[in-house]
Design a protein around this ligand. Structure first.
Ligand SMILES: *[C@@H]1O[C@H](CO)[C@@H](O)[C@H](O)[C@H]1NC(C)=O
Ligand SMILES: *[C@@H]1O[C@H](CO)[C@@H](O)[C@H](O)[C@H]1NC(C)=O
Ligand SMILES: *[C@@H]1O[C@H](CO)[C@@H](O)[C@H](O)[C@H]1NC(C)=O
Length: 280
């Protein structure tokens, strides 16, 4: 490439660069990729074949996405969530302009089964059949529960790192939406908490047990004290908060640790890790 062409390109890129600081670009790109993960999951589950290519921004087709076996009532609720997540991806892409990264490779199939088995490991149990969030309504909301609490804590953890107040306001708005979603998933699990789930060795555990194991695994991998949907006392535990009833934040590194299943910065839901400057 000639120097003149390169210089012209540099100028062109500078002109379309967003109006906020580089660190904000990093944070918004990090948020964008969490939205890619959620957006792909829900938009497969409701039968749309995942995010449209434009929302992927040149990113690859996910691993393991499929249409979920949802009841009519479950589908209606899932469609609302799916549309919100698609719009979050589109909003962040538009805010970032040319600085937006492509969606990374996401695993929204085998990774769910692996996460469920990892959660059940302390009890020496595995799910049989393997856990799939696409199997029925409750499986789907359990999948939603796995993601949404992480999203809420991630936006709170990122908020103090955003310098442009316009985007801080937008992040607050997205956090609230994720919290509505988390609350929906947590309430449905709470309502059907005694539903038996088959595990190996041949026995069943309740949905409550499974959601509790997942909350514990998230805390182990990514810190925080996220609680089950029901407390040991039997009281409702829909809202995971600290002693001031404030949601518990997680740093980007903690969020990456949860979504990649450890500290290697790639694996589980992000098999190749993240794009952009914040990788864990
Ligand atoms: C924040 O971002 C908005 C939207 O891109 C922009 O209009 C505004 O100038 C930015 N503010 C600062 C202080 O950079
Ligand atoms: C799981 O297996 C380990 C090693 O075999 C054993 O020490 C532990 O007690 C088992 N835990 C449960 C809950 O059965
Ligand atoms: C779909 O889910 C319903 C429960 O909502 C269940 O009865 C049915 O067996 C499921 N179908 C398949 C193919 O898994």
């Amino acid at each position: 490439m000639s120097f003149k062409v390169a210089a012209a390109l540099t100028v062109a890129l500078a002109l379309v660069a967003p109006a906020f600081a580089q660190t904000d670009v990093d944070i918004l790109n990090f948020a964008l990729q969490l939205e890619c993960l959620e957006g792909e999951f829900y938009n497969y589950a409701v039968g749309l074949g995942g995010l449209p290519a434009s929302a992927r921004g040149g990113g690859p087709v996910p691993i393991g996405g499929m249409t979920a076996n949802l009841t009519a009532a479950g589908l209606t609720l899932a469609q609302e969530v799916a549309f919100n997540e698609l719009q979050h991806v589109q909003f962040l892409r538009s805010a970032l302009g040319a600085a937006a990264v492509p969606c990374p490779l996401v695993d929204i199939g085998p990774a769910f089964a692996a996460a469920a088995n990892a959660a059940a490991m302390p009890a020496n149990a595995t799910f049989s059949p393997a856990y799939s969030p696409y199997a029925n309504d409750l499986s789907f909301w359990l999948g939603s529960f796995i993601f949404e609490d992480v999203g809420v804590s991630a936006y709170l953890g990122a908020a103090p790192l955003i310098s442009n107040k316009t985007y801080l306001g937008s992040a607050a708005g997205i956090l609230a939406v994720e919290a509505y979603h988390a609350s929906l998933a947590r309430f449905i699990i709470y309502e059907y908490g005694y539903t038996p789930i088959a595990v190996n060795p041949s026995t069943t555990v309740s949905l409550y047990t499974v959601s509790g194991l997942i909350a514990t695994l998230r805390n182990t991998l990514g810190g925080g004290s996220g609680q089950n949907v029901i407390l040991p006392s039997g009281a409702a535990g829909i809202v995971p908060v600290d002693s001031n009833s404030i949601v518990i934040p997680r740093t980007p590194a903690q969020v990456v640790s949860i979504t990649t299943g450890g500290t290697a910065m790639k694996g589980l839901f992000f098999p190749n890790g993240l794009n952009g400057n914040i990788k864990g």
